[in-house]
Design a protein around this ligand. Structure first.
Ligand code: 5AD
Ligand code: SF4
Length: 439
């Protein structure tokens, strides 16, 4: 009988890609993907701890497996990812969920295969969480599940210590992959028919700084784009503090780089930005937006914004709203500040009551949605190019995004997944566009 796996992923694209690596490891051990957790022989939780609700979600779902494990003791349950990497988390998991078999961290995700060997025939829980980042393992064993899109890590970790953020504590210091390795991975993907590649790092602008800084991120973009095949190149995330002219020029000059930049601003009040340790002001941020639009006039921007950071006043919040209006974001990911223990902000006075946070996020979301809708309406009647990436069975429609990240839906008699197609846009709703094939 074939052994089946089921992976539950929380959090960002970095985690989604890491789940592809976990899937690759399990497949190399003879597992294939199951249809549900009910029929799985191993369930892996790839957790996130960036906000409390992601963490609560994971704890809730792990707890819910108690019954399944009791009825089927041979079922293996493994918990990995950012959450386990926090101080005391492994102990908490062991106490709360003694039925968990394997606990591993982000630094040693690659060792999951070895941990499975250690677990075999062993009744005790196997806990292996490295306190320090190890060497980058370069074997590409990812089992990719999002054709025609592919994610490529260019670096791991973060050195920035924004005061609210747990990432530097759970993912360690910045480590860049060698350019040659990245170029080889991209080469194999493009030759394998992948059409959209997203380079991943917590702060891609500081790519290479840990290797002497001789080879920079803009150089990497230029080297990746030195080829003739048609594909799209995206990257995330850029920290505004290091976003400069050299990168803007590379975006303008490399034909494959999409004219959509994700540039998290977090807040519009300089006092809050300072408390967040972001190292730029609202004016400096807007200058960078201006620079980007000077070189790449059609460039769209997306961002991350947080409300309810400690001591945030109504006036500070108003500054965020005006920055959102001024920057004209295509869309924004909005978050309520979540107190993460061990971070500098967790110890700050002036934590904001939940009702105030809720009320502010509602106003922010309303503004962002309004702007997104306006940008959607501007698409009506236009013909755009999208990369078809999926088929929605429920709606009976194919879907894909344009260069600026807008989702377009359409009907088609033939399977278009992986093709660039032209769509004439009719109706729009929120962020979505309805179109007809214009071939
Ligand atoms: N609370 C709320 N949002 C957070 N983010 C990071 N840490 C926190 C936190 N403690 C958000 C930031 C970041 C995005 C990935 O998650 O906006 O850009
Ligand atoms: Fe967190 Fe700041 Fe690093 Fe982003 S740059 S991962 S927000 S510490």
């Amino acid at each position: 009988m074939e052994k089946k796996y089921w992976i539950v992923t929380y959090g960002c694209q970095m985690n989604v890609h890491e789940s592809e690596k976990i899937a690759g490891i399990l497949r190399s051990r003879g597992y294939t993907q199951g249809e549900s957790e009910q029929e799985a022989d191993i369930i892996v939780f790839n957790t996130c701890c960036i906000r409390e609700n992601a963490e609560n979600h994971a704890y809730g779902n792990i707890g819910a497996l108690k019954k399944l494990k009791k009825s089927r003791p041979s079922l293996l349950i493994a918990v990995g990812g950012c959450m386990t990497q926090q101080a005391g988390a492994a102990e908490k998991l062991r106490k709360k969920f003694p039925f968990v078999d394997i606990v591993f961290g982000t630094h040693n995700l690659d060792t999951l295969g070895e941990l499975l060997d250690r677990k075999a025939g062993n009744r005790k829980v196997v806990v292996d969480i490295w306190g320090k980042e190890g060497e980058i393992r370069e074997d590409d064993y990812s089992y990719r599940t999002s054709f025609p899109n592919a994610w490529v890590n260019i670096m791991y970790g973060c050195n920035n210590f924004c005061s609210y953020c747990i990432v530097p504590y759970v993912r360690g210091r910045e480590r860049s992959r060698a350019p040659q390795k990245i170029l080889e991975e991209v080469d194999a993907l493009v030759r394998g028919g992948y059409k959209e590649i997203t380079l991943l790092g917590q702060n891609v602008n500081s790519y290479g700084n840990d290797c002497g800084g001789e080879y920079s991120f803009p150089q990497l973009l230029r080297d990746i784009c030195r080829r003739d095949e048609k594909f799209r190149l995206r990257f995330m995330t850029s920290n505004p503090k290091d976003f400069g002219e050299e990168l803007v020029r590379a975006i303008a000059e490399c034909p494959q780089v999409c004219h959509l930049v994700h540039l998290p601003v977090q807040a519009g009040s300089n006092r809050i930005l300072k408390l967040m340790n972001r190292k730029y002001t609202a004016e400096e941020y807007l200058k960078k937006v201006e620079l980007l639009r000077k070189y790449v006039p059609d460039c769209q921007l997306t961002t991350d914004i947080m409300v309810g950071f400690p001591t945030e006043t109504e006036e500070d919040f108003q500054a965020t709203l005006s920055l959102v209006r001024e920057a004209g974001f295509a869309t924004a990911f909005t978050f309520v500040y979540s107190r993460r223990s061990g971070t500098a902000a967790a110890a700050m006075d002036g934590q904001i009551p939940e009702e105030v946070q809720k009320e502010r996020i509602m106003r922010l979301v309303e503004l962002v949605n309004e702007q997104t809708r306006e940008k959607s309406v501007a698409y009506r009647g236009k013909t755009i190019e999208i990369l078809c990436e999926d088929y929605d069975k429920k709606k009976g429609l194919y879907l894909g995004r344009d260069e600026y990240g807008r989702m377009g839906y359409f009907r088609s008699e033939r399977d278009c997944i992986g093709d660039f197609v032209r769509l004439k846009i009719g109706e729009t709703s929120g962020v979505s566009l309805m179109g007809e094939l214009a071939e």
